[in-house]
Design a protein around this ligand. Structure first.
Ligand SMILES: *Cc1c(COP(=O)(O)O)cnc(C)c1O
Length: 393
C-alpha cells in the first residue's frame, strides 16, 4: 500500500506532468536511481522476532509479502492516487481484477446494484450472471438521465456502477447529479475511468466514491502490460478493497507496476496526441458521404457535447462510427482494407486498432453495425490516408 511512501512529498502541489515525473519517488533512498528500483521479490525479511510479531498488528515499517504490498507497486499507487485526486490507490493484476474487487467491496448477499447498461461487457456479465449466484441482483439502465438510474434504486441498493463515456457509443452520464443523489441515499458509486484517464477527467471531484481503471489501456500505453487500479478517498472503502485484493489475490506484479510507472511519464503528451489525431479522423469521417454517424463526444454534433465539456478536460481517441451501408459486407470490406490500423481488441496503446460488429449497443432496438477505431500515435496524415483509402469504392 501507498502508506509506506512518505506523506510529506514536496511535489504534491505540482501540475499533472510534474506529478507523473516525480511524485512518490524517493530517489536518494535508492542510490539516486532515476528509474524506480524493481523489487521483484515475493517476501521481505525482518530483523528480529519482535519486529516480526508487530507485523500482525500492522505496525511494522517493513513490507511483508507482495500479495499484500510491494515498494515498487507502492510508488505507482501513490502516484495514481494523487493524479486521480484520491487519497489512496490499489493496484490489481487486470482491469477486471480491479472492477470485481471494487464491486465486491460494496455488496453482500441480498444486495441490489444499479448499473449503466452500456458498460464494459465483462463487467456487464459479472453483474448480470456471475453475482446472481451469490444473491446479488442488478438492474441495468440507460443512464444518460440521472432520473433513469435513480428510478431503479431499491431499498437494498448498495451500489451504482457508472462508466462515462459509455462503452462503444460514447454517451455521457451527468456524473455530479448521480453521485450526489447516491450519496444522499447512502449508496456507493463506482466509476470506470479507463477511457478518459485522470488527465482528462477526475470523477472523485464530482462526488464518485471509487474510480476503477483498466491500466492496460492508456495508463500503460504501450500494449505490453495487463493491469488495473482502484482509487478512492474513503478509509473504510480502502480497507474493504484491500481485503478483496488480499483474499482474491489479483495482485499487481511488481514488474507490471514498473512498466506502468514508465507509461505514466508520458501520459499527458500521449493523450494530447491521441486527442489531436482522434478528433481529426472523427471530423473527416463525420463529413464523409458513406458515413451515417460518428460517436465521438468531442464533436460539436455529439448530442451531449456541451455536458461532455463540463466533465472532460479533453477527449481520448477511442470512438465508433456507423456506415450508411449497414451490411456485414460493407463493415468487413472497410476493416479488411485498412493497412495501418490493425484488427485487434483492446486499445490505449501507441498503435492504431480497429474492430467492428453489432455488439456495442445494448439498449438499441435493432442491432447496428458499428466500427470502433482506436487512434494511436502514428503520423496523423498516415492514419487519415489509411481511413480515406479504406472507404474508397
Ligand atoms: C479493457 C477494459 C476493462 C478491463 O480491463 P482488463 O485490464 O482487460 O482486465 C475495463 N473497462 C474498460 C472500459 C475496458 O476497456
Amino acid at each position: 500500500m501507498a502508506e509506506h511512501v512518505a506523506k510529506n512529498d514536496p511535489l504534491t502541489s505540482g501540475g499533472f506532468e510534474t506529478q507523473c515525473a516525480h511524485y512518490g519517488e524517493h530517489r536518494l533512498a535508492h542510490g539516486g536511481a532515476v528509474a524506480p528500483p524493481l523489487y521483484q521479490t515475493s517476501n521481505f525479511v525482518y530483523p528480529d522476532a519482535e519486529a516480526f510479531e508487530r507485523r500482525l498488528l500492522r505496525q511494522s515499517p517493513y513490507y511483508d509479502y507482495t500479495r499484500v504490498g510491494n515498494p515498487t507497486t507502492a510508488v505507482l499507487e501513490a502516484k495514481l492516487a494523487v493524479l486521480e485526486h484520491g487519497t489512496w490507490a490499489r493496484g490489481f493484476a487486470s482491469g477486471m481484477g480491479a472492477i470485481t474487487a471494487a464491486i465486491n467491496a460494496c455488496v453482500e448477499s441480498g444486495a441490489h446494484v444499479v448499473a449503466v447498461a452500456n458498460c464494459y461487457p465483462p463487467t456487464h456479465e459479472y453483474l448480470e450472471q456471475y453475482l446472481t449466484r451469490f444473491g446479488v441482483t442488478t438492474t441495468f439502465v440507460h443512464g444518460t438521465q440521472p432520473s433513469d438510474l435513480l428510478a431503479a434504486v431499491q431499498d437494498n441498493t448498495r451500489l451504482i456502477y457508472l462508466e462515462s463515456p459509455t462503452f462503444g457509443l460514447n454517451e455521457i452520464l451527468p456524473i455530479e447529479p448521480i453521485a450526489s443523489a447516491a450519496r444522499q441515499r447512502g449508496i456507493v458509486t463506482v466509476f470506470d475511468n479507463s477511457w478518459a484517464t485522470p488527465y482528462f477527467q477526475c470523477p472523485l471531484d464530482f462526488g464518485v466514491d471509487l474510480v476503477v481503471h483498466s491500466a492496460t489501456k492508456y495508463i500503460g500505453g504501450h500494449s505490453d502490460v495487463v493491469a488495473g487500479m482502484v482509487v478512492g478517498r474513503d478509509e473504510e472503502l480502502r480497507r474493504r478493497v484491500c481485503r478483496e485484493a488480499e483474499l482474491h489475490g489479483a495482485t499487481l506484479d511488481p514488474f507490471a507496476a514498473w512498466l506502468l510507472l514508465r507509461g505514466l511519464r508520458t501520459l499527458a503528451v500521449r493523450m494530447e496526441q491521441h486527442q489531436r489525431s482522434g478528433l481529426e479522423i472523427a471530423r473527416f469521417l463525420a463529413r464523409h458521404p458513406k458515413v451515417a454517424q460518428v460517436y465521438h463526444p468531442g464533436l460539436e454534433s455529439h448530442p451531449q457535447h456541451t455536458l461532455a465539456r463540463t466533465q472532460l478536460r479533453g477527449f481520448a481517441s477511442l470512438f465508433s462510427f456507423a456506415l450508411h451501408d449497414q451490411s456485414r459486407e460493407a463493415t468487413h470490406r472497410f476493416l479488411n482494407r485498412l493497412r495501418l490500423f490493425s484488427l485487434a481488441v483492446s486499445w490505449g496503446g501507441y498503435e492504431s486498432l480497429a474492430t467492428g460488429g453489432t455488439f456495442f449497443d445494448r439498449h438499441a432496438s435493432g442491432a447496428r453495425w458499428l466500427i470502433r477505431l482506436h487512434v494511436g500515435l502514428e503520423t496523423t496524415a498516415d492514419l487519415l490516408n489509411d481511413v480515406r483509402q479504406a472507404l474508397e469504392d
